[in-house]
Write a protein that binds this ligand. Structure first.
Ligand SMILES: [Zn+2]
Length: 184
């Protein structure tokens, strides 16, 4: 199943709740769409396409191995303050890896200026490297983005991104480790 479809299904519940009393006829369900043949398998992949094993650690082990702010974001779902992270304004070419487990998550080619103060991308490198989870905390209905390899919290995804996906992956800098592309 494509991430866009997963996102639509997660958001559909929210949308139906919001419009339940308004007789809105424009609701379009995405649940009966056939899964695309080209959907990649849900494996976690390295940049060269090797399958990566999940990384499982206890909370104590994570706490020891991560910097305090990285730990708070990845393991405690904290959100860094806008315009304070290392990458919201990073325009260099390269790859953004998970700061917890090193799985490749986003390519600078899909990063765009969102004006939000958080690094924003319109798609992940490999769909299987991230997971989407319904998040109803803080009185909001959002879709959480999690690293599929270590289950670390990365940020949220919203339906107001640019084409071709229309999605905006709003990610905490602290959850990422950027590696610049070698000079050509
Ligand atoms: Zn990870």
């Amino acid at each position: 199943m494509s991430l866009r479809m997963k996102f639509s299904i997660l958001m559909l519940g929210t949308f139906l709740t919001l419009t339940a009393c308004s007789n809105n006829k424009s609701i379009t369900a995405g649940t009966d769409t056939h899964e695309a043949q080209s959907s990649p398998p849900d494996s976690i992949l390295s940049l060269s396409g090797e399958v990566l094993k999940p990384v499982v650690k206890t909370d104590e082990e994570w706490k020891k191995s991560l910097a305090p702010q990285v730990y708070r974001v990845l393991r405690k779902q904290a959100t860094e303050r806008a315009f304070t992270g290392a990458y919201w304004d990073n325009k260099k070419d390269g790859i953004y890896y998970c700061a917890g487990c090193g799985a490749p998550l986003f390519d600078s080619k899909t990063k765009f200026k969102s004006g939000t103060g958080w690094p924003s991308y319109y798609q992940p490198i490999f769909e299987g490297n991230i997971k989407l989870i319904e998040d109803n905390t803080l009185g909001m209905s959002r879709v959480e983005v999690v690293c599929a390899r270590c289950n670390g919290h990365l940020g949220h995804v919203f339906p107001d991104g640019p084409e071709p996906t229309g999605l905006r992956y709003c990610i905490n800098s602290a959850a990422l480790k950027f590696q610049k592309n070698p000079q050509q």
